[in-house]
Design a protein. Structure first.
Length: 406
């Protein structure tokens, strides 16, 4: 089959979709890739074309509520970038179409319950069709998943074995939240508040691992601020840990437990060594707990959505995106107590500026990189699907760094 496009950006008029379009325009000049933009509103597509100066880029009308239009879109491209969330509300038609047709797919979801449901429904279909379905190709969870992969490759070279204990710590981060991300988070909390089975799923660190995995090691889940001797810093809960840890454990399962059957992994934010760092850690703890509790209760959820939190389509300005960054430190320890530390950084606002670049390069790699042609179909993680292929793209094109510190 000869597709018309290498990539279609579905949800191009969303907050992140627009940034993706700007990145593709600036990084891949005319002719470098064949791409198109898609959304459900012609007027919004026309406004996007004018605002981003992509009048020459083809436009496709497609609506997540219209499976026929989604199927028609998928038939025209090698890869779909989907930024249409919350994915639990709007994401399934595109995954279904891609799985059925053998079209590759990337997104930036952080919704583990939705990923779990999609794997159950479409894993066998995607394997048979050859569709590579790769969720979490943004700030959640590429820095974590590829960062751990990078650490483990160097541990094998240095020690002849992988690390069975790994800790990812956010040393520094600057960025804002968009309304779309907030809407996804609120939707997860809203669903979990009324569904005990979903709460059980969300609490399971191995929820995204394939059936038959043998993992049973107890995984720590930081609930409040504490001082950590190993890093010499106060640490606090990290909001992305709930999805990142699940993706890393799925990678380990798909790698046939290369990291170890009793592999331990957790994530947290570093807030500083001093008393001020401790106060910051407890502030983060209280704010995050308050958000989760408030989102679970209808009256306070309404108040948060309508008076405090950004609305869909809103997010950090271009200047805020340029001035943003993230700095991860990942600490690994082998069974015989040999240690290695790596650093992963990004040069833009993590959730949007950097996410748009990561998401774009993940799609372009599927469409164009020869190394990707041998990767089989199914629901894959970034580490399992791409490995060093995407690390090389991200460091050469997208402003990320992966370095061994010691």
């Amino acid at each position: 089959m000869s597709e018309q496009f290498d990539i279609v950006v579905f949800g191009a008029t969303s907050f992140v979709g627009k940034i993706v379009c700007q990145y593709l325009r600036d990084t891949y000049p005319s002719g470098a890739i064949r791409w198109a933009v898609a959304a459900r509103s012609q007027s919004k597509l026309d406004a996007l074309a004018k605002d981003v100066a992509i009048e020459s880029i083809p436009q496709i009308l497609a609506d997540a509520d219209d499976q026929v239009s989604i199927d028609a879109l998928v038939a025209r491209t090698k890869v779909v970038i989907s930024t249409v969330g919350p994915y639990a509300l709007y994401g399934e038609p595109m995954v279904k179409a891609c799985a059925n047709s053998g079209t590759d797919y990337v997104d930036l979801t952080g919704e583990p319950q939705w990923i779990h449901a999609m794997i159950e429904k479409y894993q066998e279909v995607a394997q048979q069709s050859g569709a590579r379905i790769i969720n979490c190709c943004g700030f959640d969870s590429i820095p974590s998943d590829l960062g751990v992969y990078f650490l483990q490759q160097h541990a094998k070279e240095r020690f002849g074995q992988t690390c069975n204990v790994v800790k990812t710590r956010v040393k520094a981060m600057k960025g804002g939240a968009s309304g779309g991300t907030v809407a996804s988070l609120i939707n997860v909390v809203k669903q979990a508040a009324k569904d005990p089975a979903l709460r059980k799923l969300l609490a399971n660190p191995y929820a995204l691992c394939p059936e038959g995995h043998n993992f049973s090691a107890y995984q720590t889940n930081l609930a409040h601020a504490k001082y950590e001797e190993e890093t010499g810093s106060w640490i606090a809960p990290f909001v992305m840990a709930s999805i990142n840890t699940r993706i890393v454990h799925r990678s380990n399962a798909l790698f046939d437990a290369e990291y170890g059957e009793r592999f331990l992994y957790d994530e947290a934010m570093m807030t500083g060594r001093s008393m001020k760092g401790g106060m910051m850690g407890w502030t983060v703890t209280v704010m995050l707990s308050g958000l989760m509790i408030g989102a679970a209760i209808p009256p306070t959820r309404w108040l948060l959505e309508n008076t405090v939190l950004p609305k869909p389509g809103e997010g950090p300005s271009e200047e805020e995106q340029r001035n943003g960054f993230f700095d991860y430190r990942i600490f690994g320890t082998t069974k015989d107590n040999q240690k290695i530390t790596v650093k992963v950084t990004g040069d833009r606002d993590p959730g949007y500026g950097s996410t748009a670049k990561m998401l774009s390069e993940a799609a372009i790699s599927l469409a164009l990189d020869d190394a990707m042609q041998a990767v089989p179909g199914g629901f894959l993680t970034p580490a399992v699907a791409y490995g060093n292929t995407l690390i090389e793209r991200l460091t050469s094109k997208a402003g990320l760094t992966f370095d061994v510190l010691n």
